[in-house]
Design a protein around this ligand. Structure first.
Ligand code: SF4
Length: 102
Protein backbone atom coordinates (compact mmCIF):
# COMPACT_ATOMS: atom_id res chain seq x y z
CA UNK A 1 0.00 0.00 0.00
CA UNK A 2 1.20 3.52 -0.72
CA UNK A 3 2.22 5.47 2.39
CA UNK A 4 1.50 9.16 3.04
CA UNK A 5 5.09 9.77 1.82
CA UNK A 6 4.26 8.17 -1.55
CA UNK A 7 6.36 5.03 -1.14
CA UNK A 8 5.11 1.46 -1.28
CA UNK A 9 5.25 -0.29 2.07
CA UNK A 10 3.69 -3.59 3.05
CA UNK A 11 3.42 -2.47 6.67
CA UNK A 12 1.21 0.51 5.92
CA UNK A 13 -2.56 0.17 6.11
CA UNK A 14 -5.31 2.67 5.50
CA UNK A 15 -9.05 2.52 5.15
CA UNK A 16 -11.15 5.56 4.31
CA UNK A 17 -14.17 3.62 3.08
CA UNK A 18 -17.62 4.42 4.45
CA UNK A 19 -16.46 7.16 6.76
CA UNK A 20 -13.57 5.22 8.26
CA UNK A 21 -10.42 7.15 9.10
CA UNK A 22 -7.94 4.35 9.65
CA UNK A 23 -4.23 4.87 8.99
CA UNK A 24 -1.56 2.80 10.68
CA UNK A 25 1.90 1.36 10.47
CA UNK A 26 1.50 -2.24 11.49
CA UNK A 27 5.23 -2.68 12.06
CA UNK A 28 5.25 0.06 14.72
CA UNK A 29 1.89 -1.04 16.08
CA UNK A 30 3.33 -4.50 16.75
CA UNK A 31 6.17 -2.99 18.80
CA UNK A 32 4.90 -2.46 22.35
CA UNK A 33 8.06 -0.49 23.28
CA UNK A 34 7.46 2.14 20.59
CA UNK A 35 5.74 5.49 20.72
CA UNK A 36 2.77 5.64 18.33
CA UNK A 37 3.06 6.08 14.59
CA UNK A 38 2.15 9.37 12.91
CA UNK A 39 1.89 9.88 9.10
CA UNK A 40 4.98 12.17 8.76
CA UNK A 41 7.21 9.35 10.01
CA UNK A 42 6.90 7.51 6.70
CA UNK A 43 8.90 10.27 4.95
CA UNK A 44 12.03 9.46 6.97
CA UNK A 45 11.59 5.71 7.26
CA UNK A 46 14.18 3.33 5.78
CA UNK A 47 11.90 0.28 5.70
CA UNK A 48 10.71 0.61 2.06
CA UNK A 49 14.35 0.89 0.88
CA UNK A 50 15.38 -2.10 3.00
CA UNK A 51 12.54 -4.23 1.67
CA UNK A 52 13.43 -3.34 -1.91
CA UNK A 53 17.09 -4.24 -1.36
CA UNK A 54 16.59 -7.30 0.83
CA UNK A 55 13.91 -9.75 -0.24
CA UNK A 56 14.77 -12.43 2.30
CA UNK A 57 11.67 -14.11 3.74
CA UNK A 58 13.66 -14.65 6.95
CA UNK A 59 14.28 -10.98 7.68
CA UNK A 60 12.41 -9.79 10.78
CA UNK A 61 12.29 -6.04 11.31
CA UNK A 62 11.58 -4.01 14.41
CA UNK A 63 10.82 -0.31 14.10
CA UNK A 64 10.75 1.89 17.18
CA UNK A 65 9.67 5.51 17.49
CA UNK A 66 11.64 7.37 20.16
CA UNK A 67 12.00 10.92 21.37
CA UNK A 68 15.54 12.29 21.28
CA UNK A 69 16.32 14.84 23.98
CA UNK A 70 12.59 14.87 24.71
CA UNK A 71 12.01 16.84 21.51
CA UNK A 72 12.91 15.20 18.24
CA UNK A 73 11.15 12.11 16.96
CA UNK A 74 13.51 9.46 15.66
CA UNK A 75 13.00 6.06 14.08
CA UNK A 76 15.21 3.18 15.17
CA UNK A 77 15.25 0.22 12.80
CA UNK A 78 16.77 -3.12 13.72
CA UNK A 79 16.51 -6.55 12.19
CA UNK A 80 17.40 -10.15 12.75
CA UNK A 81 17.42 -13.32 10.72
CA UNK A 82 14.62 -15.67 11.66
CA UNK A 83 16.47 -18.55 10.02
CA UNK A 84 19.70 -18.19 11.99
CA UNK A 85 18.38 -16.29 15.01
CA UNK A 86 21.03 -13.60 14.81
CA UNK A 87 21.04 -9.83 14.34
CA UNK A 88 21.46 -8.43 10.85
CA UNK A 89 23.71 -5.37 11.22
CA UNK A 90 23.53 -4.37 7.55
CA UNK A 91 19.86 -4.60 6.64
CA UNK A 92 20.46 -3.64 3.02
CA UNK A 93 22.83 -6.57 2.47
CA UNK A 94 21.06 -9.07 4.70
CA UNK A 95 22.17 -11.96 6.85
CA UNK A 96 25.79 -13.01 6.32
CA UNK A 97 25.05 -16.61 7.32
CA UNK A 98 22.26 -16.85 4.73
CA UNK A 99 24.58 -15.38 2.07
CA UNK A 100 27.30 -17.91 2.95
CA UNK A 101 24.87 -20.82 2.49
CA UNK A 102 23.42 -19.65 -0.84
S1 SF4 B 1 6.68 4.15 9.09
FE1 SF4 B 1 7.97 2.95 7.71
S2 SF4 B 1 7.35 0.81 8.00
FE2 SF4 B 1 5.74 2.12 8.84
S3 SF4 B 1 4.26 2.36 7.17
FE3 SF4 B 1 5.64 4.12 7.09
S4 SF4 B 1 7.24 3.51 5.64
FE4 SF4 B 1 6.18 1.62 6.27
Amino acid sequence: MRTPAGTECRHYYEDFNRGRQTQECRLIKANTRSLPWTPPLCAKCRVPDVLRANGSPHLRLELTVRKRFGLFTALELTGYCGRHGRPVPDLMRGCEACAAED
